[in-house]
Write a protein that binds this ligand. Structure first.
Ligand code: UN1
Length: 517
């Protein structure tokens, strides 16, 4: 029997998130500016229309920027711990709305409800992290070379931060940026993916409620909607000192060039081509869990998804058979139904790319060990459901070198030492996440050493995806070099100032220079 979204409480969720039939791009409150054309958001789950949003025109954008720059003047004067208190309240609201927002994420993006809840949990976690951090935005003090002088550094808010986010984490990635930017004293203008605009409106509504309850201007958080042309308003705008962009490497290169051209800063979190190395000393059971969740979680649409398994020849057949067995157990279907493991891809364009990848790997000489398929039938009417596939391939195949945002896993064989596996792992353009499965300390440490993985994330005995917010998140090479969320990622949202204070009646110059008048 066909399962309808209404059976899973979607209407109630939309209502509790304040979603209307047509949503202004900038939501409730003072920032009701959108006048552009309409984007309709259809669910990949059942093909139904979820809602409509109005896009942001250039004139609307100017009004948004006025609201943001004026809100910045208020927001930056508040002590950081007080801003932290606002973020604490925002985190509490997210706790209240966790089920509703998790459901909307699942319905609009297609990831499983469990993963939708997990994504909202990441938002809550980053708020907690940011609240603590709001009391620790510290600089260093250093000794001056001159007597009677004090030297230290301090961090000030940057101003308006532009956030461009992708469909696959339609709410969490925004919050990683915004929670930190807010405690740092910045205000944010967010352009969510045009594939998941209703998630953007829901987040904006939650933030707007908190600002209204505290008599703060909603301009602290602004939402703009549309495609890359709306993104360009921000990348070209000299009033925006930092652009944080998450998405494809192709998009990141365009953003990087534009922002660098005006000497702005960009924080880029782009494509990955993540591998798990499986050595002769790997625990096979753990390997299978890590690899299968990494490859099929979010239907292979995480930037951290596992795309390559680099398996030692001595355990190759064993690992292959265990992973193939696990794939046979996978249930594909409505992601709101917790019995299913894998939901749909985001849209039919993604299905095309999945099909192309399968064709290409065979063309290049690969061999399918789990055949792919586009599913049809009344439960798959949206046309976005595909079967996770596995192909045996060679590391240098063009398609293996390329990030396909779909559940296609490549099995690659290595022989000899772990160095050979590391060389294969590093020999791609991207550098986001990586993992090794081994109980051998030497192999693990070699993988983590300076000559080991070249990625921003390198894990031992866990998979490539599912990073915690407490660590800095991001990667090297074509992943763009940015770091978001934990550790000291907050520093990019602030400007650093070095201060030297002379408390004597003399004016000695540094470097021993004499300038007597
Ligand atoms: C992304 O896919 O853009 O590490 C982010 C993970 C998640 C975040 C992924 N915490 O898989």
């Amino acid at each position: 029997m066909k399962t309808l979204a209404t059976d899973f409480g979607i209407d109630e969720a939309l209502e509790s998130l304040g979603i209307k039939a047509i949503n202004e791009g900038t939501s409730t409150g003072s920032n009701n500016f959108s006048n552009g054309e309409i984007i309709e958001s259809y669910s990949p789950v059942d093909g139904q229309l979820i809602g409509k949003v109005k896009t942001t025109t250039k004139e609307d954008y100017e009004q948004v920027m006025d609201a943001a720059t004026s809100a910045f003047k208020t927001w930056r004067t508040m002590p950081a711990p007080q801003r932290g208190e606002i973020v604490r309240q925002f985190g509490d609201k997210l706790r209240e709305k966790k089920e509703a927002l998790g459901k909307l994420v699942s319905y609009e993006m297609g990831k499983s409800y469990q993963e939708g809840l997990g994504e909202v949990q990441e938002m809550i976690d980053i708020c907690d992290f940011a609240v603590g951090l709001s009391r620790q935005l510290h600089g260093l003090t250093m000794h001056s070379e001159r007597p009677g002088h004090r030297m230290y550094e301090q961090y000030h808010p940057l101003g308006v931060v532009g956030i461009i986010s992708a469909f696959n984490f339609p709410v969490a990635v925004w919050s990683w940026n915004t929670a930190l930017a807010w405690i740092c004293g910045d205000v944010c203008v967010w352009k969510p993916s045009e594939k998941t605009p209703i998630c953007g409106v829901a987040c904006q509504n939650i933030a707007a409620e908190v600002f209204a309850e505290n008599n703060l201007p909603e301009g602290i958080s602004c939402l703009i909607n549309g495609d890359y042309r709306v993104g360009e308003f921000m990348t070209k705008d000299t009033r925006i000192p930092l652009i944080s962009a998450t998405g494809s490497t192709r998009m990141g290169k365009i953003v990087a060039k534009e922002v660098a051209g005006r000497l702005g800063k960009s924080l880029l979190e782009l494509g990955g081509n993540n591998a798990i190395i499986v050595t002769p000393d790997a625990d096979i059971k753990m390997t299978v869990i890590g690899a299968v969740f990494g490859a099929v979680g979010t239907a292979g649409q995480r930037c951290t998804s596992t795309r390559r398994l680099i398996i030692h020849e001595s355990v190759y057949d064993k690992v292959k058979n265990a992973v193939v067995d696990a794939y046979e157990q996978l249930r594909i279907g409505n992601p709101l139904d917790e019995n299913n493991h894998v939901g749909p891809l985001i849209d039919t364009d993604a299905v095309k790319m999945y099909n192309q990848a399968l064709e290409k790997v065979v063309e290049e000489g690969g061999h399918m060990v789990v055949e792919g398929a586009v599913l049809s039938g009344e439960d798959y009417e949206s046309g976005c459901y595909v079967k996770p596939a596995i192909a045996e391939a060679k590391p240098d195949f063009k398609i293996v070198q390329h990030e396909t945002f779909a559940p296609v896993l490549y099995l690659l064989k290595y022989s000899g030492d772990v160095e050979n596996a590391i060389a294969i792992q590093n020999n791609v353009a991207q550098g986001l996440s990586s993992a090794i499965m081994t109980n051998n300390l030497r192999e693990a440490e070699r993988f983590l050493s300076h000559a080991g993985s070249d990625c921003g994330i390198a894990n031992v005995n866990i998979g490539t995806s599912g990073a915690e917010i407490g660590g800095a998140f991001g990667g090297e090479k074509e992943t763009g070099g940015g770091r978001e969320s934990g550790s000291d990622a907050w520093k990019i949202y602030m400007r650093r100032q070095t201060n030297t204070i002379n408390y004597t009646t003399e004016l000695p110059l540094a470097q021993g220079i004499k300038f007597d008048l």
